[in-house]
Design a protein around this ligand. Structure first.
Ligand code: MTE
Ligand code: MO
Length: 221
């Protein structure tokens, strides 16, 4: 009798494990289906240069892909600014739009060449009137991730917030609604699912990976 109970218990554990596995497999395959549909319409080439596909990224975000509800979404821009503002998605998109081919290099050794479409952070900063004491920009994301960059580097490199890649709206896996295009910096500065941009004077701020030992400058090479 005892062994029979144990056997049943074991059986039910194994069964629920298999159910769980197939559930998560279902999930990722439907996500893949959506990505594959997008991949059919993405741009493959820009000014004679081949682009990578949105299928070529490795998904290794700290808490997996985030689903952001665009109706309640706000991009908060605050800190050392005269006009702290919460922007809706559409309000962010009223800024001047730019396109640029930029390579994303992950520190784990893979890279992708993508045609990004986005708006300039400079324009957002002008609107909220950044104070003279600000020297650091801290970005926060829907998954609890954060990272930072010096304000002057963002301005000097004309860094963008991207809302499209290869001509299609960023899919959830790639950071919808906004990803930072941290040109010349390693992938861990390319924060996805941005919810808040804080102007700060804390030059020593360390983001998620930076706190865990990644170099805060994150320069390529
Ligand atoms: N919010 C958030 N942004 C993030 C990450 C993350 O875990 N969370 N990972 C970073 C890292 S390490 C890399 S290499 C790039 C890769 O983008 P991908 O996950 O879209 O391939 O996203 C960056 N942005
Ligand atoms: Mo990365």
């Amino acid at each position: 009798m005892k062994t029979k109970k144990k056997y049943l218990l074991l059986l039910s554990i194994v069964f629920s494990f298999i159910m769980l596995l197939s559930l998560s497999a279902c999930n990722s395959s439907s996500n893949n289906d959506e990505l594959r549909e997008l991949a059919k319409v993405e741009i493959k080439e820009f000014e004679g240069k081949d682009l990578s596909s949105i299928l070529e990224f490795r998904e290794n975000s700290i808490n997996g892909p985030q689903k952001v509800d665009i109706d309640t979404y706000r991009l908060k821009v605050d800190g050392l600014v005269n006009e702290p503002t919460d922007y809706t998605y559409d309000e962010v998109l009223t800024n001047t739009k730019y396109k640029k081919l930029v390579r994303l290099n992950c520190i784990e050794g893979w890279s992708v060449d993508i045609l990004w479409e986005g708006i300039l952070l400079r324009e957002v900063f002008d609107k909220v009137e950044v104070k003279d004491t600000a020297n650091t920009v801290i970005f926060y994301a829907a998954d609890g991730y954060s990272t930072s960059l010096p304000l002057d580097i963002i301005l000097e490199k004309d860094m963008m917030l991207a809302y499209k890649m290869n001509g299609v709206t960023l899919p959830p896996e790639r950071g919808y609604p906004f990803q930072l295009i941290a040109e010349d910096k390693f992938g861990y500065k390319w924060i996805k699912w941005i919810t808040r941009i804080e102007l700060s004077d804390d030059e020593d701020y360390l983001g998620y990976w930076e706190k865990r030992g990644y170099d805060n400058e994150a320069n390529l090479n």
